[in-house]
Write a new protein. Structure first.
Lengths: 634, 215
């Protein structure tokens, strides 16, 4: 195979193929999306790869395949682990037959939203081994070791990456993929192992899962995953690095003089769970001071405190618990340098001149007020959600309410961008599907104004349906706006159950309208998100009506529509008629609108405009006009 | 081995991520160790985009430290300010001085930084500043050439990059990527390359008062 540049995500995909994976499932989520996305670009006739409805579904499918004896991979971002965990803890108790790897990408520094949670906490809770690569190349290597470890211990194994590794690109030479094993699926009827019904069963399984983790400690030793390098003399500094911190440590150690470097012991930890007891004991006995470099929570650091207490050592331990480093944000060279300096090591240049990454990103160290213009993220030019936000706002007004007295709950995905200017419409964002249930709480709290929930199509399928069922059963009055653009867009346009049949591998799509109608809300309307007038009228009626009302606003994601060559229309400006009131810009915030070079009129960037025509409705002088090509639109 | 850390900044849609990819491919072809990470944020278009590229280090962590970038290329004036904290005092800053005003600026709610202020800030931050005026971008077949390739040419004109990757390798990466647009892109690259060898100011003591050469 030739040397290519691959991301950490792609490396995991290719490593899993090398390991003979049979089934790979996942739900899109930055920064993990690229793994399944890469597999889906390949022709893999003897394997099954899919985007599942949500992470729990994805996990259970992979678990079933692994119980049946095959190697299975399941991928998700850290937030997805919360969704899958209910199933995950049960499978952890039962163990696995075929190798089962759960690939999770954490997002320290929050490149894409959602809490900065550290998935290592889940591995600790479920007593499952977890391998942590430090580079894209290691991601390729370790996913293969993870399958092996899983089969040698009978435990599902986590592979945990972070943003800089998962999205990081590096050259590597992947080897040829290996076909899945040709085996008959295992059919083992053993309720003692595969069910949870009874105290004896669960306590036995708990015991067995602990034994598997203990066994993993032995296997990890045999595999020599954790690399310990002790300095020739004792009494010096020992540095433990985990994940993304390892390459920065290597680089930093290059900048200390050779004799100092010779006195530093290092442990490249690739397993936080199981904790590397043997290496920890050696380090504690050999070094005076220990520095633990790990992003997010101090899991390894706590392990060293416990180990020191158990083994009777009293080393100085530097990390987060003494306040030297922060559990918040992504680590780069600056944090590694700060840690080394706290150990009394002298680096080549002044650390004070190296603000942390957080500081450099947020504040420019200038006193004269010169700063970048704020660039809040907004929906794309031509995004159908823009129409939905404007219609919701107009309907609130038309129904006689003020925007600041109407709760509009938000949800995960592109639809949350309605929280930003110029819309300022959404009040909250919690988790996949939460908008629908959170809204019901506001109703029961006694709000006298209408309560509106907003959700995208993929999010609705993922986690919104139970909340809607609940509202219907309990007759909780609310208006749910399902903003259906046919794609899982925020993560880069993945196929979801409702995506056009043309893109469905199995040639079937789930009719979102039929799903909603089948649940039996009091009112269902299907509208076009580009039809501002029609959607506003429908929503206004819904807002003042009692019961559970669902407005399904449909229009394909503009990015995908453009890729398919679908143009909604053409919008143009009559520069002479434009008085530059900027109303169009103020109300829609559309990135395709700008001010002409001469500063006299609005201009439309033809490269961005999709001709949705929303801006035309707000032009008081008729300077903006809209033409719909024949056969286009609704 | 020599190393070179490069930071690219700009706005989504300007081809910044593509540039990172091209430089990495050229590095691969030249057998120079490379690691890079694009940060695209959440917006498809119109959001801040950044790429960090590290050349010459085996298995490098992809993040560049503050004051650690040998080269910074900014494709948009306002977003260039985000590169200041990263450029080495002895480094080089290339600005493709495109102005992409966000909506808040168009509506008069926010200030957009003036060119003179930005350039003086860039010149205070590092030794060499190259400013490319979008109006100088050449045309090929009556069409303006690709701005990002023009800027890549200017970046390639700097010694820090040339010692790592031969300019031919970068041109080859461009041609391989878009074989049909080879002529136009090479014209863009070469025009940029010439401009890249004309820094507007070298901040060496009283050079601060150098008149900015702008066409």
């Amino acid at each position: 195979m030739t040397k290519r540049i691959l991301t950490g995500n792609e490396a995991v995909a290719l490593g899993a193929l090398r390991a003979g994976v049979k089934v790979a499932t996942g739900y899109p989520g930055t920064p993990s999306t690229g793994c399944i996305a890469h597999l889906l670009t390949m022709n893999l006739p003897d394997r099954h790869v899919e985007w599942s409805t949500n992470e729990k579904v994805a996990f259970e499918i992979a678990a079933g395949a692994a119980w049946a004896g095959h190697r299975a991979l399941c991928t998700m971002k850290m937030s997805g682990v919360n969704v899958a965990y209910d199933a995950l803890i049960s499978i952890a108790y039962s163990g696995t037959n075929g190798g089962f790897v759960i690939y999770v990408a954490d997002d320290p520094g929050v490149s894409a939203g959602m809490p900065e949670q550290d998935t290592r906490g889940f591995a600790l809770m479920s007593q499952l081994p977890m391998l942590e690569p430090s580079t894209p190349q290691e991601s390729y290597d370790l996913v293969q070791r993870a399958f092996e470890l899983s089969e040698r211990t009978g435990a599902p194994v986590f592979l945990r990456s972070t943003t800089a590794i998962a999205l990081g690109h590096a050259p590597m030479t992947p080897e040829a993929s290996v076909a899945p094993r040709e085996i008959e699926p295992i059919l083992e009827k053993d309720i003692h192992r595969y069910t949870k019904a009874g105290s004896v069963i669960c306590k036995d399984q708990h015991r067995e899962s602990m034994q598997r983790l203990q066994q993993a400690g032995i296997v990890v030793q045999e595999m020599e995953l954790n690399e310990l390098s002790l300095a020739s003399s004792s009494g010096g500094v020992g540095v433990i690095s985990v994940g993304a911190t390892t390459p920065y440590l290597d680089a930093a150690l290059q900048s200390v003089d050779a004799s100092t470097r010779a006195g530093i012991s290092t442990l490249r930890a690739r397993t936080t769970i199981p904790f590397p007891w043997a290496e920890a004991e050696q380090l504690l006995g050999h070094c005076e001071t220990l520095l633990v470099l790990e992003e997010l929570e101090p899991h390894v650091e706590r392990g060293f405190y416990v180990a020191a207490q158990r083994l009777g050592f009293s080393n100085r331990i530097i990390g987060k618990m003494d306040g030297t480093l922060s559990p918040i944000g992504e680590y780069g060279p600056a944090e590694i340098r700060r840690g080394l300096e706290a150990c009394g090591l002298v680096m080549d240049s002044d650390s004070a001149a190296h603000p942390s990454r957080e500081q450099t990103e947020v504040v420019l160290a200038r006193g004269d007020g010169l700063c970048s213009a704020p660039r809040p993220i907004t929906v794309c030019a031509g995004c159908p959600h823009r129409g939905s936000y404007l219609a919701i706002e107009a309907a609130i007004k038309a129904a006689g309410f003020d925007k600041d007295e109407v709760m509009v709950t938000g949800d995960i995905g592109c639809t949350i961008l309605g929280m930003n200017p110029p819309f300022d419409l959404l009040w909250n964002e919690v988790s996949m599907g939460s908008s629908v249930s959170l809204a019901q709480g506001y109703v029961h709290a006694g709000l006298q104004t209408p309560v509106i929930a907003t959700i995208g199509d993929s999010t609705f399928f993922h986690g919104g349906i139970p909340g809607l069922i609940n509202a219907i059963q309990h007759r909780t009055p609310l208006t749910l706006v399902v903003m259906d653009n046919g794609w899982t867009s925020m993560t880069g346009m993945q196929v979801n159950p409702g995506t056009d049949i043309e893109f469905q591998d199995a040639g079937r799509r789930v009719d979102i309208e039929a799903v909603i109608r089948g649940l039996g809300p009091d009112r269902v309307d299907v509208v076009d998100a580009y039809d501002l007038g029609g959607m506003t009228r429908t929503l206004t009626e819904a807002l003042v009506q009692d019961g559970v009302k669902v407005v399904l606003a449909q229009r394909e994601c503009v990015i995908q529509a453009r890729r398919r060559g679908v143009l909604a229309g053409t919008t143009s400006v009559d520069a002479d008629a434009c008085v530059l009131c900027k109303r169009c810009l103020k109300i829609t915030g559309c990135p395709a609108l700008g001010v002409a070079m001469d500063g006299e009129s609005i201009v439309i960037d033809p490269a961005l405009c999709n001709g949705c025509g929303l801006c035309v409705r707000f032009c008081p002088t008729g300077a903006l006009s809209h033409a719909v090509p024949e056969g286009a639109g609704t | 081995m020599k190393t070179c850390d490069i930071l690219l900044t700009g706005v989504g849609g300007q081809g910044v991520v593509t540039l990172g990819d091209l430089i990495a491919r050229a590095a691969l072809a030249a057998d120079v160790p490379v690691a890079y990470v694009p940060s695209k944020g959440m917006a498809q278009r119109g959001g801040f985009v950044k790429v960090e590229i590290r050349l010459g280090q085996e298995a490098a962590g992809p993040r560049i430290s503050a004051k650690g970038a040998d080269l910074v290329l900014a494709m948009e004036r306002s977003e260039s300010l985000k590169g200041i904290a990263f450029v080495k005092p002895e480094g080089r800053f290339v600005l493709y001085d495109h102005v992409w005003e966000p909506t808040g600026v168009l509506l008069g709610e926010h200030e957009y930084p003036a060119q003179s202020n930005v350039l003086s800030a860039l010149q205070e931050s590092c030794r060499e500043v190259v400013c490319l005026n979008p109006a100088d971008r050449p045309s090929f077949d009556q069409q303006p050439v690709a701005a990002n390739i023009y800027a890549l040419g200017a970046l390639a004109g700097s010694e820090a990059l040339q010692t790592m990757i031969d300019s031919c390798m970068l041109q080859e990466a461009v041609v391989t990527r878009w074989p049909k647009a080879a002529e136009s892109n090479l014209a863009a690259y070469q025009a940029g390359f010439v401009k890249g060898n004309q820094p507007i100011g070298q901040f060496l003591g009283d050079a601060r008062n150098t008149t900015l050469e702008r066409s």
